[in-house]
Design a binder for this molecule. Structure first.
Ligand SMILES: Nc1ncnc2c1ncn2[C@@H]1O[C@H](COP(=O)(O)OP(=O)(O)O)[C@@H](O)[C@H]1O
Ligand SMILES: [Mg+2]
Length: 271
């Protein structure tokens, strides 16, 4: 069922099947730093309740794309619609309030603080202390590592455990849209699997997930929807499976035979 994936030539292709209602929609988004645009007329939709995985080579603009969602990168032209409403004027705090929560890149925990303190910090914008406690208890119930290591200093946990605590912290805001930038980066294969399992659980618990993953194969396997970004443009989109099975994309980005740090994938280590 490769044929339903949509290849972009000139950026005006449409999906062959009606997509579920989008939670987030990129409409010809242009964004960048200084004088130059990094994203060029990026259009795609993040279906509500889905897990959308964006893949592409290093430097393609994936993190920049996520920056336009969390509000740290300005959308210069085009528009981002969240539940149909423009996000352009919303600052990062407004976006948090709407339920758009990005898990920061790794090493974002306070190492000298306990796991519990770190998780509770995720609720820093919540005024209601009882709500903070209640959310913490719920999270500790569903994520064993939180309960088991609650009193330990975050810095004493392994890299993979710390990543899970970062996920737990973002759950304090009961996010509608969870934005993840390469959560498996720097982890050994076994820990990576735990992290992917947790991403799956996040999604299964009813949250919409927007995931960027360098381990493209593993990311797309989890995904309901896949997007390939190349040089700041959407090259292909479709179901996770369609993108995964697309022959050209497979050869370019997902090939297990592609040597590390060689070729367009910039080193895909998910062989
Ligand atoms: N803060 C920044 N200032 C200027 N250029 C940046 C900044 N962040 C990223 N870039 C540039 O934008 C391009 C896309 O980067 P990025 O979005 O991080 O790609 P990816 O996440 O796909 O690897 C790269 O050429 C990078 O050098
Ligand atoms: Mg990046």
């Amino acid at each position: 069922m490769v044929s339903q994936a949509v290849e972009r030539e000139g950026g005006n292709a449409t999906l062959s099947e009606p997509a579920p209602r989008p939670l987030l929609a990129f409409r010809e988004v242009c964004a960048g730093y200084g004088g130059a645009d990094i994203l060029h007329d990026v259009s795609f939709e993040v279906p509500e309740g889905g897990l959308t995985c964006v893949v592409g080579p290093n430097g393609a603009g994936k993190s920049t794309l996520l920056g336009t969602v969390s509000g740290i990168v300005r959308t210069r032209r085009g528009e981002l619609l969240f539940r149909g409403e423009p996000l352009r004027k919303a600052n990062p705090r407004d976006r948090l309030d709407r339920g758009i929560v990005q898990v920061p890149q790794n090493h974002s925990l306070f190492r000298e603080m306990t796991v519990r303190e770190n998780v509770e910090l995720g609720g820093f914008v919540l005024r209601d202390r009882a709500l903070v406690r209640q959310r913490y208890e719920q999270i500790a119930e569903t994520m064993p590592v939180v309960a088991q290591r609650a009193k330990d200093k975050a810095g004493s946990l392994s890299g993979g455990q710390q990543r899970l605590i970062e996920f737990a912290r973002c759950l304090m805001l009961d996010p509608v849209l969870v934005v993840l930038d390469e959560p498996s980066m720097g982890l050994d294969p076994r820990t990576r699997k735990t992290v992917f399992d947790t991403v799956r659980t996040l999604h299964k618990s009813g949250r919409t997930v927007l995931l960027v993953e360098q381990n493209a194969r593993a990311g797309l396997r989890l995904a309901t929807h896949g997007v390939v970004l190349e040089n700041g443009r959407v090259r292909l989109e479709g179901s996770g499976r369609e993108v995964l099975e697309h022959p050209e994309i497979g050869a370019l980005f997902l090939g297990g035979e592609v040597p590390r740090n060689v070729g367009p994938s910039g080193g895909n280590d998910d062989a």
